[in-house]
Design a protein. Structure first.
Length: 191
């Protein structure tokens, strides 16, 4: 197992396979795209819960999942089209699709919450003009709803769907956006 996560083999593959290595590296990079969302959640949950969740649940789950996908592809190269779903027994395929849909909804909610938090902070810092901010809970100050941000997110999503038209083109756009976000975050953090 430790050989499978040894970075030497990744660097060797990248240097020996040129363009295919670069495309593969891009796919591997997308495996860690949720990492930047953890930092957005630091303000809501704190450092310890995020670290505990990452090391106790998320990282081991990702490692086991990707090792399983790799083993499946080594034993059955035709599974390349959907290795994640091909790991699941046929009787559990529908529950897995429902689970993946729930995960997508949760990720979407995280994006919306992040947009609200950033907008609220930018307004407080005087970087944005005042917008209507509705507090949805009397007990929790951080639970807010900003109708204009919601409308902008809707318009942005609809525009992207119309512009890219297919799910594969949207996936490539997502990859570029996440990669750019992580590079900018890295540059800003080290600045």
């Amino acid at each position: 197992m430790f050989l499978a996560i040894n970075p030497y083999y990744a660097v060797s593959f990248l240097s020996q396979h040129g363009y295919i290595g670069l495309v593969t590296l891009g796919a591997v990079f997308l495996a860690v795209t949720g990492g930047e969302a953890l930092y957005a959640d630091l303000g809501h949950f704190g450092r310890k819960p995020i670290q505990s969740a990452w090391f106790a649940l998320v990282l081991p789950s990702l490692v086991v999942n990707y090792l399983g996908q790799g083993a499946l592809l080594l034993s059955d190269p035709t599974a390349i089209s959907h290795p994640f779903y091909r790991l699941v027994p046929e009787v559990l395929l529908l529950p897995m699709v429902v689970l993946a849909t729930c995960a997508t909804v949760i990720a979407s909610q995280a994006v919306i919450t992040g947009a609200y938090s950033l907008t609220h902070q930018a307004i407080q810092l005087g970087l944005l003009p005042r917008l209507a901010i509705l507090h949805t809970s009397a007990a929790h100050f951080g639970q807010i709803y900003i109708p204009r941000v919601n409308a902008l997110l809707l318009a942005g999503v609809l525009l992207l769907v119309v512009m890219f038209a297919t799910s594969s083109k949207l996936a490539h756009a997502y990859g570029i956006a996440v990669t750019t976000t992580m590079v900018v975050d890295g540059v800003l953090a080290s600045w």
